[in-house]
Structures are given as structure tokens and as C-alpha cells.
Design a protein around this ligand. Sequence first.
Ligand code: TYD
Ligand code: MG
Length: 458
Amino acid sequence: MAKIKTSYFCQSCGAQSAKWIGRCPACGEWNTYVEEVLQREEAAGPASWKSSSSLQISNKPRPIAEISYSEESRFDTHDQELNRVLGGGIVPGSMILIGGEPGIGKSTLMLQIALNLKKQRVLYISGEESEQQIKMRAERLGAQHPNCFILTETGTQNIFKQIEQLQPEVLIVDSIQTLHSAFIESGAGSISQVRECTAELLKYAKESGTPVFLIGHITKEGNLAGPKILEHMVDTVLQFEGDRHMTYRILRTTKNRFGSTSELGIYEMLGTGLRQVNNPSEILISQREENFSGITIGATLEGNRPLLIEVQSLVSPATYGTPQRSSTGYDAKRLNMLLAVLEKRSGFKLGLQDVFLNIAGGIKVEDPAIDLAVCASILSSFEDLAIPHTTCFAAEVGLSGEIRAVNRIDNRIAEAEKLGFQEIYISKFNLKGIDQKRLGIKVNAVSKLEEVLSSLFG
Ligand code: TYD
Ligand code: MG
């Protein structure tokens, strides 16, 4: 009788154990261990995406100087936002994982990309939807592509058979959690299945040079479902996020072997698919003619792209005991720090106030250059004095209330000027190399928080 090798895996973090345990020592979760079959006796040996032919391929070490490579080999996705987050297009043979909550638009995005890759033969494998459903979505998107093939299949063996016949130039898998490999006994979506299917697809991608996009589900905690190892295996991890009730979607890189991870792609979900938003500052700043207290604009930088973002705050006396501090889109710890700085250095009694901070448009900001806009917004609400909507800020605030320089100030100033702002507050230490006479925007260089406040509120 064939001997079956099994092991227990934590379904939360992927840790392995020879026997069942109640609490995972790796991630601390309870009751997450499930027995999974590692390998059947007859299938011993490394699983391959091709039956046996690939085993004849033998790699030899080569001097690095002899390895040729050209930047042109990347190919254009015809989607500027995706190109940007990938670091300039798709790298052949790369594997890209796209994660996101259900219903956020992952399938829509990938189908749209597939339909736009008019020069390539694209194979879209769906384990979630029927051919008709995909066709219906394609109709909605309104794009035609004679060389885009749909395969509704979940077994990797048949998938590879079809791939060998069709020889696609781009492969899209929707989703990795629905695939199953015959080499592994456990059900689709289990840790070992996900790992095995990804490994088979990875081998295929590397050996054939075909880029592979994997759509991945995320858990309720917001992590990509499946073991962390999945993120280690692929070349690029993209997160598709946004509020499902709002129309804006953000594509963020969390890992990229071929580019920067600070890039951001912004889309708008319309009835006819996703529209690329090429000028995001315009949508992130609410259109207003009046000045309201508590609203300021920060000139931030996401990747290489300057982004003007609206900061809103509401400061009001805490009537029910402990003051509340709430922050959306901005680090709560950093908010507390800035509140302490404002209290200590500028003498504002914020200790007994509720403070609510919100970054408009569902964006998360990590750029410290938004600090000054946050401080100004809080004080504007506290004093109930509006800041002109033609003023913006780009500086970091330090613990002693000093205004610190930020990187690439010229890009930020140029973007603010382009959008019609009349005044920008920056750090004195950022002034070097800025020719104020040639700018159509007034640059206020400050070194201390007090200077900003007296200039704003008199
Ligand atoms: P979908 O791509 O199925 O999400 P996922 O694959 O991430 O689960 O997107 C589903 C949502 O997108 C659905 O609520 C409808 C909406 N949608 C549009 O608003 N416009 C469109 O053109 C399409 C195709 C979908
Ligand atoms: Mg889907």
C-alpha cells in the first residue's frame, strides 16, 4: 500500500508541525492546525509544471558579466497606473500577486488589463466565475480582444496541458485559492495547496518567461490569505484597496523585486470599469469656494508622484470623560505625538479635547511631510479659524516643534503651483536651491511651529 505522508499546518500562518497542537506557537492562534497530505507515494520527486520535459533543462552557473538583460524587455500594460506600480511595465517571467477584499474589483482590473494587452495572447484562468459571467463583464468593459482566452478550470494538471497547447504570452489566474494540484491531497484553498500551486506556476513562469498574475484573497484581518511564504515566492505583491462604498481604488505595491514599493496607482470604479486617475490631486482635494476651519492641504509624495491631500480635523471639548483621539488614514501614534508637541511647545490646551483626524479620499499617508498640515488643521479647528484654501503645507514637525526639511521639495512646490495654490509653508532648511522669483507661488520658509501659527492665526 502506498504510504501517505501528512503533516499539520497552521491555517493562519502556515507553520508546520508533526502532530496536532491546539495553539500555534508561531502566531498564537487557537485551533488552526489542520492535517494535510504532503505527498502521495507514487508522486514522489519534485512536481513539475511540464510532465518530464522540463527535467531535462539543466542550469549551469554563468559569469554575471555574460548574462544579458535589457530594460526594453519589459512590456507595456497600456495602463499607466499599473505600469507605474510595477516599476515600468511587466517583467517577462515575473509573478505578480494581487490581493484585495472581495468585491473591490480585482477581477475587473485583471480582465481589463487582459483586454488591453492587444499585442499579446492572454490566457485568463478563472476558478470563480463561469465563461458567461466573464463575457458579461467584458461586455461591460466594452473592450475587444481577439487573442484573449478564458479557461474555467481549477486543476493545475489540465491548466498546464492547455497552456502547452495555447502558448499564452501572459497568464492570469483568478484566484490562486481556487486551484488544486493532484500532487497534494488537501482541499483547494488550504495552505499546502496554495503553496504547491504557486510553486508549479512559479516554475512555469521562470522557465517559459511568461508573466503570471495571481489574484489572491485576503483574510478578515486584511492579510493575504495563505502562508506568508506566498508573498516570499512571488516577485511583486500588489494590494488593491479602497472603500467599497466609494468609487476610488488604490493599487499599492508592498513588495517589488523590479521596482520601488512606494508607488501608487489610483483608479475610479465606473459603470464601465476602472478609469485611470492621472491627476489624483484634483480628486483628493474637495472643491470648495469657502474656507472652513479644520481643513488644510498637505503636499505629499507617493513614490515619485506628488500628491496634494486634504487633511480634515475636528477638535471639540470632551464631554464624556476621557478625550477621544481618532485618526483615519494617518498614524494614530504620530497624531498623539503631534498633539503633545502642540500642547507643550505652543501652549494649546488640547488635553481635554476630542480630536478626530481624517485624510480625505480614503488614502493612507505615511509621508512625514504631511505633519505640518496635520498640526495646522488641528489648530484651525481648535481656534475655529479657517485657513485659506489656497494655502498648503509640506514639512515634518519634530519633537521640539522644529519644522524639518522634507525630500524633493521642488516637486511638491511645482505640483502646488500647478494646481493653483498661492502659498506654501516649508522648512527653512529646504530653501536651498529654490528660486523664489521664478515661482508663481509664495514660499513661506519657517523653522519653528510658533512662526507658522503666528503667521496663520496672527
Ligand atoms: P470584482 O472585479 O468582481 O471584484 P473582486 O474580483 O475583487 O471580488 O468587482 C466587483 C464590483 O465591481 C461589483 O460590486 C461591481 C463593480 N463593477 C463596477 O462598478 N463597474 C464595472 O464595470 C464592473 C465590471 C464592476
Ligand atoms: Mg473576483
